[in-house]
Design a protein around this ligand. Sequence first.
Ligand SMILES: C[S@@+](CC[C@H](N)C(=O)[O-])C[C@H]1O[C@@H](n2cnc3c(N)ncnc32)[C@H](O)[C@@H]1O
Length: 258
Amino acid sequence: MEYDEAESRRTERAYLSPEIVQQRARTLEIINASIGENIVDVGCGPGLLAHSLATAVGPTGSVTCVDSSAAMIGLAQNRCKDLPNVSYVEADVAKLPFDATSIDAVTCMQLLLYVANVKKTLTEMYRVLVPGGRLYIIETDWRSTVVHSNDDNLTEKIVSAWDAAVPNARLPARLGPILRDAGFESIQTEAIPLLSTDADPQGFAMSALKQCVVEAIAQERVSAAKGETWLDEFSDLGADDRFFFCVNRFLFTVLKPR
Ligand SMILES: C[S@@+](CC[C@H](N)C(=O)[O-])C[C@H]1O[C@@H](n2cnc3c(N)ncnc32)[C@H](O)[C@@H]1O
């Protein structure tokens, strides 16, 4: 997926929805950033997490936003413009422009699904972390999608299109052993359900369902007309107060050994 200007803004809107706001609040609680820490947010997107982290670490700490999309870096810069302890790097996560053992914590939210070589990427994060440094990862498994639809077979066909759209759509269940192989220890995992009963067209749930349709049409699993009809049902359910959508995200907390 290319995060150009339009896609970056669409993601920003969806990530301001209540379910993702709640996910971020829980993530920040787990990270529990301290004054003076140096944190890197890889795949920072529109800078929503970075903004809160930069406030938490204070002026003696720093947050560096890394993203391969110029449009996303632009949104992060705009969001954090009043925070002088935030800096920005347009780079690929495969090669982080930081010295070895220089970073207290790395955050990596909804990024690894796009990465071809997860172990190599984790090894790069390991390299930059100080001994005892923390890595936080969030990934989604779309097989955990629960949605109210009158055509479950069609729903399965469309939602599973996401599996073929990115290299690692099913990472969460496999991630623990890969983290251990990369040298990390003390793996802790928790599920964060993103539950929505609101079919807001700009919200996370409808945005995710639209994305699945786009992929299903591109992969010729369904015709454009059938995809549109499937999507329309959710708007109808929403108007009737019968919309229901939930998908699980998984938060991993791991340490680099001291
Ligand atoms: C789904 S967004 C998540 C944004 C942010 N982490 C959040 O949770 O709010 C994924 C982000 O990862 C970035 N990204 C994807 N592949 C990347 C790569 N190889 N290196 C750096 N950033 C990447 C995208 O540009 C996008 O901003």
